[in-house]
Write a protein that binds this ligand. Structure first.
Ligand code: GLA
Length: 391
């Protein structure tokens, strides 16, 4: 069982005195539709995955937080006085950012020994970072009995940590999906009001298959921040004629009447993506509510086209993987998921076509890019939690 091995590894690093560590888990996520809409106050439809990050944690009497991971060699023993100091481009900055948030809220932390182990592929756009942030925030809140912190507080502080400490101006979708995930349900979130619904995923013989481009991602964070800034520019152009603070506040119909206010064609395209994508999420909800899976698949395809042509966050590998998928009989929707620039696609595939999908898409993708794609079946799972039945 996975947890036996985790405990053994924990003891190998930190020794085995009397008190047992506690085990926590936070999933990764896949976004089904609604991409680059969250920081624009729009709609998203993500769900939590079976893959995620395990964390074992034990309080210690030393004035230190010790961090180790099964996935990275780098380890850090950090004095409590230094827990909010960044360490150059290391994975520990994700937990350090969370400690920093706790410090800013005057929530004192004692010494801890912490061990992480994750099975979300890194840099795949499946939120391995939000998963580390949320599992850390949740575990700390339990360990120090901070019952005043709700799940929403943990979600918001994890997002702030990524904005302020890690330096990515991300929206709230990833931390939200990791925190609020529900088995067999997608989550429809209004990122402006934070109202959300659980949407039962009744797929009638279809499955979501995630395909990883395995393209090494570079400059993702800076290109992401560039898109955030471009949307802000679009808002300031439109603000000449309408009072808005985010693109998500205007409808598709309104935008088409006022789009000429944005004189720069590149900025206009960026806004067109966000506003049309918002409408696609609303249309997707209508499709899912009436059980129209094939129309939902068509909206996924349209989302990819807009991310490719208007938002320009796809690139050769993601586009190839989507094109190869769309050639397969039994695929009704295929699109990139997450920030883009590499990472994964999500595909709605008829169960009987899954094997065909993997072999043909894998071969076609390899022939065109020289890269080997990986495939994962998405099992929609619960959000962050403590695992107590592990021994
Ligand atoms: C990343 C960010 C999210 C969201 C997506 C794009 O995953 O962390 O907040 O903006 O990209 O939809």
């Amino acid at each position: 069982m996975i947890s036996d091995d985790l405990f053994t590894r924990f003891y190998a690093i930190y020794g085995k005195p009397e008190n047992q560590p506690r085990l926590f888990f936070a999933p990764g996520r896949v976004n089904l539709i609604g991409e680059h809409t969250d920081y624009n106050g729009g709609y998203v439809l993500p769900c939590a995955l079976q893959y995620g990050t395990y964390l074992l944690i034990r309080q210690s009497s030393e004035e230190m937080i010790k961090l180790a991971s099964a996935n990275f060699e780098f380890r850090a023993d950090i004095r409590l006085a230094d827990i909010s100091r960044k360490i150059d481009s290391q994975w520990v900055n994700y937990p350090l950012g969370i400690f920093d948030q706790f410090r800013q809220m005057n929530l004192n932390l004692p010494g801890f020994e912490i061990f992480y182990s994750g099975d979300i592929p890194n840099s795949a756009g499946l939120s391995s970072s939000a998963s580390i942030e949320m599992v850390t925030a949740y575990a700390l809140s339990v360990m120090i009995n901070a019952i005043q912190l709700s799940m929403w507080d943990l979600i918001k502080l994890s997002q702030r940590s990524e904005n302020q400490f890690v330096g990515v101006q991300c929206g709230i979708m990833d931390q939200f999906a990791v925190g609020m995930g529900a088995k067999d349900h997608a989550l429809f979130l209004n990122c402006q009001t934070l109202d959300y619904n659980r949407v039962p995923m009744i797929l009638n013989g279809f499955k979501f298959i995630i395909a990883n481009t395995n393209k090494p991602r570079d400059l993702t964070d800076s290109k992401y921040n560039e898109r955030v800034a471009e949307c802000q520019l679009a808002v300031s152009c439109l603000s000449q004629i309408i009072s808005i603070s985010k693109l998500g506040e205007i409808s598709y119909v309104q935008f088409y009447k006022m789009q000429d206010e944005i004189s720069d064609p590149l900025i206009r395209k960026r806004a067109r993506h966000v506003i049309s994508e918002n409408q696609r999420v609303l249309n997707s909800m209508a499709c899912l509510n009436r059980g129209d899976i094939s129309q939902f698949g068509a909206l996924m395809n349209a989302s990819h086209e807009s991310l490719r042509d208007n938002y320009e966050v796809t690139g050769f590998e993601l586009d190839t993987l989507v094109e190869e998928a769309q050639k397969i009989n039994g695929v009704i929707g295929a699109r990139m998921t997450g920030a883009g620039f590499g990472g994964c696609t999500v595909n709605l595939v008829r169960e009987s076509a899954i094997e065909d999908f993997k072999s043909h898409v894998g071969a076609g993708y390899h022939a065109k890019t020289g890269l080997k794609a990986d495939f994962y079946l998405a099992e929609i799972s619960d959000g962050v939690k403590e695992i107590t039945n592990h021994s």
